[in-house]
Write a protein that binds this ligand. Structure first.
Ligand SMILES: Nc1ncnc2c1ncn2[C@@H]1O[C@H](COP(=O)(O)OP(=O)(O)OP(=O)(O)O)[C@@H](O)[C@H]1O
Ligand SMILES: [Mg+2]
Length: 170
């Protein structure tokens, strides 16, 4: 498994990473977001939706209460939040594992609450809230995601801030 670490110094960095992830998503992808409370998992999910061309008026909020929201973009996006769940069995009872096999992008906040039922192939992001309020993210890719991880890393670290050029790289 390949891993990279990126520094998200400000909100716009979190948004830039999310847009890159959304643009590079392919049908059936699963992206897991874990880490500190308030570190930016929902912010990242919103930017992923933007990168998937979900219309701006379909505002992505935390699905903590409904646990799952579906959005229509270039691909469907299934946004889940396992914060309130305590066992993997609860996820299975709700039938959420069935979404992993559909041709959309599944984004899961607090995925570790149900780690045992997650698909083997997934992109995992661990967000860390630093003392200076910046964020650090560690992204781990299983084999299906390693090529994309490299492209995201170079697009993210590139000095060129032109979004249209970034999208070509993904
Ligand atoms: N790189 C960043 N620098 C500074 N602030 C950021 C950064 N990324 C996100 N934020 C801010 O962090 C705050 C909390 O974000 P968010 O609600 O997305 O966290 P979360 O991880 O989903 O929280 P929870 O653990 O409750 O689900 C938001 O106000 C957002 O603007
Ligand atoms: Mg959240």
């Amino acid at each position: 498994m390949d891993s990279i670490q990126l520094e998200l110094k400000r909100l716009s960095d979190t948004e830039k990473l999310g847009i890159l992830l959304g643009r590079s998503a392919v049908p059936g992808d699963v992206i897991c977001l874990d880490g500190d409370l308030g570190a930016g998992k929902t912010t990242l999910s919103q930017a992923i939706a933007k990168g998937l061309d979900v219309p701006e008026n379909c505002y992505v909020t935390s699905p903590s209460f409904a646990i799952m929201h579906e959005y229509e973009g270039r691909l469907p996006m299934y946004h889940m939040d396992f914060y309130r769940l305590h066992t993997a069995v609860e996820v299975l009872d709700l039938g959420f594992d069935e979404y992993f096999d559909l041709s959309g992008l599944t984004v899961i906040e607090w995925s570790r609450r149900a780690e045992v039922i997650l698909p083997k192939e997934r992109l995992s992001l661990e967000l860390i809230l630093n003392n200076d309020m910046s964020r650090t993210v560690v992204i781990t890719a299983t084999p299906d995601f390693t090529e994309r991880l490299k492209r995201i890393e170079s697009a993210f670290s590139g000095k060129d801030d032109d979004d249209s050029k970034i999208s070509e790289g993904c």
